[in-house]
Design a protein around this ligand. Structure first.
Ligand SMILES: Cc1cc2nc3c(=O)[nH]c(=O)nc-3n(C[C@H](O)[C@H](O)[C@H](O)COP(=O)(O)O)c2cc1C
Length: 367
């Protein structure tokens, strides 16, 4: 496939077959067929948010994307979901190009996908997780620094990225805090194979997030983006709202009560049985040493995200967001965004000092 005037070939474009080293991440309730197919048509790697879909919804969403574009795309699934194997089977049967994972997938899941020719790219937030999935055969990793939206760690991209690049031999895609072509060039300079953006793709005209909610993001300053553990017990980066401030003040009993209510609603919405939810909860407990109350709280995230991202009710839900929301002020289409980022990257490369312009360097003999 031709890359166009601004495209850069990197190990990411070679691995996945997309034109540009840009990824639109699998944001729950946000990265649906419309956003993913628009991203794919623009020449970047769109990732469908599979974790917040039932298996039936996942299969039909994959088919919908495939009906809208011939370009490659990916699907994000939760590695610790009780039905992860069934989801992997759907990806294989439907011929999906890339499997993305929130959290590290097992060695067996990686092997099954690779045997079927699916490219495996887990998202990780710490060096040791990158080393583990690389040893298990992952094709590449997305590393998310602490400034990124949604569940996030505390180490900034500028520290985590070079740390992971130095630790593993597979391509590393940088995430957390990127929105433009300067960021792409910086990430490539650190040794990344490309960048993955969540918040930036949420804020496009192709994203189905209600306009009033997009307006809240556009109005946000960097200081309006905060991290709370009060939604599900894990650090979660989002826009600060009255609701979030209220959660921060609320006690343990109120949080648990809310979690029970949301768990019931999530079960109805996702079509899961209580047994399956319990199995998922147990898997999470084993994987991450969560307390039972945290397991219960886990059902909060998808429900509260949905209230904002689908129902347009930020008074009832949360707006997961990277700090970069404070730098974003427009809603381009995915095609405009991708073209712009690639053109900026090209222009940025032209502005970097050359040896000849560095004060200490010897004169260029040709000048
Ligand atoms: C609204 C929203 C929902 C998200 N949902 C998920 C998810 O379901 N699974 C996942 O792996 N990451 C999720 N993330 C994290 C993103 O995939 C991505 O890693 C992050 O947004 C990158 O940082 P940035 O926002 O600074 O670009 C979400 C992020 C946002 C903003």
């Amino acid at each position: 496939m031709s890359g166009g005037p601004h495209s850069f070939a990197t190990p990411l474009t070679e691995l996945t077959g997309v034109r540009h080293p840009l990824v639109q991440t699998g944001m729950g309730w946000v990265a649906g067929p419309r956003l993913v197919s628009a991203t794919a048509e623009a020449g970047a790697l769109g990732i469908l948010a599979g974790a917040t879909m039932t298996t039936g919804q996942l299969r039909s969403a994959v088919r919908e994307v495939a009906s809208r574009t011939d370009a490659p795309f990916g699907v994000n699934i939760r590695a610790d979901a009780g039905d992860a194997e069934e989801r992997v089977r759907i990806l294989v049967e439907e011929g999906v190009r890339v499997a993305s994972f929130a959290l590290a997938p097992s060695r067996e899941l990686i092997a099954r996908l690779k045997d079927a020719g699916v490219v495996v790219i887990p998202s990780i937030g710490a060096r040791r997780h990158a080393e583990k999935v690389a040893a298990w055969g992952a094709d590449a990793v997305v590393v998310q620094g602490g400034e990124g939206g949604g569940h996030t760690g505390s180490v900034a991209t500028s520290v985590l990225l070079p740390q992971v690049v130095d630790a593993v031999d597979i391509p590393v895609v940088a995430a957390g805090g990127f929105h433009d072509g300067r960021g792409l060039v910086a990430a490539l300079a650190y040794g990344a194979a490309g960048i993955a953006m969540g918040t930036r793709f949420l804020l496009t005209s192709d994203s189905t997030v209600p306009e009033a909610v997009k307006a809240r993001y556009l109005a946000a300053r960097v200081q309006d983006v905060t991290v709370t553990t009060k939604v599900d017990g894990l650090p979660h980066r989002m826009l600060r709202t009255e609701l979030v401030d209220g959660l921060e003040r609320s006690g343990r009993a109120a949080a648990l009560l809310r979690a029970v209510r949301h768990a019931a609603a999530f079960r109805r919405e996702s079509g899961m049985s209580w047994g399956a939810m319990l199995r998922d909860g147990l898997a999470m407990r084993h994987g991450k040493q969560l307390s039972w109350s945290q397991v219960l709280l886990a059902a909060n995230t998808p429900m509260m995200l949905r209230a904002s991202m689908v129902d347009g009710r930020p008074d009832l839900g949360v707006m997961a967001s990277g700090q970069v929301a404070g730098l974003i002020g427009d809603l381009p289409s995915c095609a405009e965004l991708v073209d712009r980022v690639m053109a900026e990257a090209r222009a940025t490369l032209g502005t970097l000092p050359t040896d000849a312009r560095l004060p200490e360097s010897p004169r260029d003999p040709r000048s």
